[in-house]
Design a protein around this ligand. Structure first.
Ligand code: HEM
Length: 215
């Protein structure tokens, strides 16, 4: 047990950095859960029209985010492979299965997103916290999509299935990575700021798709 870890309720060791990021972004997470496109996603009356818009929004988000992750990792000397965690291809697969072109202006008219700059270590870890953490919620969403809509990894819900049974293992590895990289106040502050910005970016893309649906 180090000063960077502590026992959580189930007596496993939880990362202090993770607890901090979770507390700091709690309000942003709640806001996203209540977004008009997401708030009913675990319910039986959630519409496939909404689900299609969510996939289009996520496609735009991950296109920008994964490009920033790739460029940032190649400029840094940290040992982390994003390769097994890549998600854009899963969303592209889902869109194809459902016959949707994410560039179709019917789904998304907001001005194209500017690309993100190359990030420093703290900023990169904060962004990764948001996207990797969302896979924890993804497993809950995945179960409901299967139960209520018959959506499985094979027919349009590959993204929300994520790492499947390996989610806990991928998350533990990511927590260790956060603990070894966010080692001073400066890095932690950059990570917190970046995690919040990443949540805000997701919200603004969802808004763009939702506005289009209302037209
Ligand atoms: C309606 C949509 C969503 C639902 C129902 C949901 C649900 C959840 C749940 C149940 C957890 C906790 C899982 C666990 O501890 O095992 C979680 C964690 C998390 N979610 Fe979401 N989520 C949603 C959307 C999002 C989105 C869009 C993002 C960001 C892009 C996000 C980011 C996160 C993060 C970062 C965590 C980890 C928090 C921590 O450190 O424990 N979530 N979500």
């Amino acid at each position: 047990m180090t000063e960077r870890s502590m026992h959580s309720a189930d007596n496993s060791v939880a990362s202090v950095v993770r607890q901090l990021l979770r507390d700091e972004t709690h309000a942003e997470h709640v806001r996203l859960n209540q977004h008009p496109l997401l708030r009913g996603i675990t319910r039986s009356d959630y519409s496939m029209a909404m689900y299609r818009l969510v996939l289009v929004a996520y496609h735009h988000f991950y296109r920008v985010v994964e490009s920033a992750i790739d460029r940032s990792l190649s400029s840094l000397t940290i040992s982390f492979s994003y390769e097994p965690r890549r998600k854009l291809q899963w969303i592209a697969e889902d869109l194809e299965k459902l016959g949707i072109d994410p560039q179709d202006s019917h789904f998304f008219t907001a001005s194209p997103l500017a690309s993100l700059p190359v990030l420093n270590v703290g900023q990169l870890v904060g962004l990764l916290y948001t996207v990797e953490g969302s896979s924890l919620g993804g497993q809950v969403i995945s179960r409901h999509l299967a139960t209520h809509h018959g959506l499985t990894p094979a027919n349009g819900a590959r993204f929300f299935y994520g790492y499947g049974e390996r989610i806990p293992e991928f998350w533990r590895e990511f927590e260790r990575f956060m603990d070894t990289t966010l080692i001073d106040d400066e890095a932690i502050s950059c990570a917190t700021d970046s995690a919040k910005k990443t949540f805000a970016m997701m919200e603004s893309i969802l808004d763009g798709c939702h506005a289009q649906q209302a037209n």
